[in-house]
Design a protein around this ligand. Structure first.
Ligand code: PMP
Length: 363
């Protein structure tokens, strides 16, 4: 007999989040295109700031993240006190869920909505309602149809992972207008900087004047700081103040804070990162379609490829890419068993992906 407490109801039903694979047996340096990281890595300014911060890693960080707070507020023209910083934007979602969800409440998101929204909602004994995405994009009416008086949060990501689709500025405004005021609308803009489509807009200005919108951003993608774990949310003041009460005292690290401030000021690196993605995303899309596979339009730094063929299926393509030293992301966790998500890499990496997929198509 054990006297261990039992985990709360539902905890043991949660499938743990599994990050992108980073190793292939027998391959010394695989190409990791499985986690939508920045193929150029971190910029020089962020690296230098990280190095310089090493002399201070025995000191606790500033829990208020004052320097980064002011830098982000200044960069985006936002009020500093309305920002929430987290150990990645993942933590911002978890903090929001923890702040607002009680057992029996629900969150609403798209069928292929990012898994991180759901895990902490389930941990707070809330119900997760998934709106169908038959066209691989989040539909406003499908979300609204699931909202009721126990809905506390609606999550959309625009652009979305893993589908790569986005919601137009008009759709996002319509969703906000139609939502009851008791629902907090969380708009995850992790991939904002890669968007080229003119009908997309950042929702930061929309959030500025709204009482129930949180927009989240991350330093993991455009800034190449995924390993340092920094993200933020721009929230109504009341929300930011509520979340701040339960935030872990020092949730963002000393080197993370310093590197993020430097990265924000490194416009050349941001531009190079955006240009790489905007150049190669259409090339990858066109070429992979040419091999006979389906590629969904993407606004992020990745493409979602469907392998409808029974023989040349997603699992076989994944294995084939491994033999070429390339790691991409199976997305069965989202129910997309016939798809692989491929991060846009460097020119050499992208060429290697195309060579491998062309050989696979002909195999
Ligand atoms: N939102 C989306 C849609 C993502 O794909 C990711 C990262 N995979 C995140 C948020 C989380 O980013 P972070 O590294 O800031 O936790």
């Amino acid at each position: 007999m054990t006297d261990l407490p039992t985990p709360k109801p539902g905890i043991l039903d949660i499938a743990p989040y599994v990050g992108g694979k980073s190793k292939i047996d027998g391959v010394a340096e695989p190409m990791k295109l499985s986690s939508n990281e920045n193929a150029l890595g971190a910029g020089q300014k962020a690296r230098e700031a990280f190095q310089a911060a090493v002399s201070n890693i025995h000191i606790y960080p500033d829990g208020r993240a004052t320097k980064l707070r002011d830098a982000v507020a200044d960069h985006h023209g936002l009020e500093p006190e309305r920002l929430i910083f987290g150990n990645g934007s993942d933590e911002v979602f978890a903090l929001l869920n923890q702040t607002y969800l009680t057992p029996g409440d629900n969150i609403v998101t798209g069928q292929y909505g990012f898994l991180a929204y759901r895990i902490s909602a389930l941990a707070n004994q809330a119900e997760v309602r998934l709106a169908p995405e038959p066209n691989f994009r989040t539909e406003v009416d499908a979300l609204l149809a699931l909202v009721d008086e126990r809905t506390k949060l609606v999550y959309i990501s625009s652009p979305s992972n893993p589908t790569g689709s986005y919601n137009t500025a008009e759709e996002t405004r319509r969703l906000h207008e139609a939502l009851p005021a008791h629902v907090l609308l969380v708009i995850d803009e992790a991939y904002a900087e890669f968007v080229a489509e003119p009908d997309w807009e950042t929702s930061l200005p929309l959030a500025r004047d709204a009482e129930n919108i949180v927009v989240t951003r991350t330093f993991s993608k455009i800034h190449g700081l995924g390993g340092l774990r920094i993200g933020f949310g721009y929230a109504p003041l009341k929300v930011a103040e509520a979340v701040d009460r339960i935030r872990l005292p020092f949730n963002v690290s000393v080197p993370g804070l310093e590197a993020a401030v430097a990265a924000l000021g490194d416009e050349a690196h941001q531009k190079a990162s955006r240009d790489l993605v905007q150049t190669w995303r259409p090339r990858l899309t066109q070429a992979i379609k040419g091999f006979g596979f389906e590629v969904f339009p993407s606004a992020g730094n990745f493409v979602l490829v469907r392998f409808p063929d029974e023989k040349r299926n997603a699992a076989a393509a994944n294995e084939y890419l491994h033999t070429r030293g390339i790691i991409v992301r199976p997305v069965g966790g989202y129910g997309l068993h016939d798809c692989l998500r491929i991060t846009v890499g460097t020119e050499d990496q992208n060429r290697a992906v195309l060579d491998a997929l062309s050989e696979f198509a002909a195999s």
